[in-house]
Design a binder for this molecule. Structure first.
Ligand code: MN
Ligand code: MN
Length: 317
């Protein structure tokens, strides 16, 4: 079957404030099997420890994506000319049962990946990266990870539970889903339960770049080092919006001061171009705390930047 290169519905065909409420106004009635890349929502927030609301993330990110046009004016990336992309909708999680939801998410991603479709996820809280990486590693083996976050998310338990939004990066190491020498965590900061909280990931072999190392700087040189660290190994990008400062992204559940700028977020994702990316997510957007709508707007545009950095995206001259 010939591949269809879906284009986002343009603002001259249908006003930006109308038309389909899908990611970038792409088609939605498409099977993953027909696509190179899918946008997929995971509306789960029952893994959060403080403020909830990330269940509304996928819907609001889609709403704020309505203005994104197809071509990247900085990099000249033309993702919709070189890849078949659509929005396949949301995973039907069980909001009354976190563990069942984790199983449902893994199953949904198994199906997407079996069809050779690369998932870009609209979260949802960070718990979802565990089932996603369970599915991803079945296909690609232990992957490298570019993890942007204020938090390391390596707690052993939270309130006695092994599965929660602050534990996935310990679970993925224990389960062998990642190659620890190819995990970089960027933006970590603030306060901990122990002064050694960020030593555990370092002991596993992660590169931990705390927010203070990023202050006042371009992250272009860091990303050059990250590309060297990853080589041509499969890499997953997990972007917790709270990695950015609450001045830019207030609509999130566990905000921390002194974070990355929106521009540094763009530099990280543009710096992922050239990596062998196999999937990515944007998590922890909480619309009820996003009074301006800017957090979801930022998340939508960062997902677009993630798309532009995927292998196979052509740059226009
Ligand atoms: Mn997180
Ligand atoms: Mn976080």
């Amino acid at each position: 079957m010939a591949k269809t290169y879906h284009q986002p519905l343009g603002g001259n065909e249908m006003p930006r404030f109308a038309g389909p409420a899908t990611m970038m106004r792409l088609p939605s009635n498409v099977e993953a099997a027909e696509l190179d890349v899918c946008f997929v929502g995971v509306p789960l927030d029952v893994g959060t420890s403080n403020r909830g609301g990330a269940r509304f993330g996928p819907r609001q990110i889609r709403a704020e994506s309505a203005m994104i046009r197809p071509y990247n004016m900085a990099t000249r990336a033309a993702p919709f000319d070189s890849l078949s992309v659509a929005d396949i909708g949301d995973v039907a999680i069980n909001t009354f049962d976190l563990k069942k939801s984790v199983a449902l998410i893994e199953e949904a991603y198994d199906t997407i990946l079996e069809q050779d479709c690369l998932p870009l996820t609209l979260g949802g809280d960070h718990t979802i990266v565990l089932p996603i990486l369970r599915a991803i590693s079945k296909k690609h083996g232990p992957v490298g990870v570019v993890h942007v976050d204020a938090h390391a998310d390596v707690n052993d338990t939270m309130f006695g539970e092994k599965i929660a939004h602050g534990t996935p990066f310990r679970r993925v190491v224990e389960e062998g889903l990642v190659d620890p020498k190819r995990v970089v965590q960027i933006g970590l900061r603030a306060t901990g339960y122990e002064a050694e909280d960020f030593d555990w990931p370092r002991q596993q072999g992660f590169r931990v770049v705390q927010a203070e190392e990023c202050w006042y700087k371009s992250l272009v040189p860091l990303m050059e080092e990250v590309r060297a660290q990853m080589g041509d190994h499969p890499v997953y990008v997990s972007f917790d919006i709270d990695g950015l400062d609450p001045a830019f992204a207030p609509g999130t559940g566990t905000p921390e001061i002194g974070g990355l700028t929106n521009i540094q977020g763009i530099e990280i994702l543009r710096g992922c171009r050239g990596l062998n990316l196999v999937g990515g997510d944007m998590v922890e957007v909480s619309p009820p705390y996003d009074r301006s709508g800017n957090t979801a707007l930022l998340a939508a545009n960062l997902l677009y930047e993630m798309l532009c950095s995927l292998p196979g995206v052509a740059l226009r001259n």
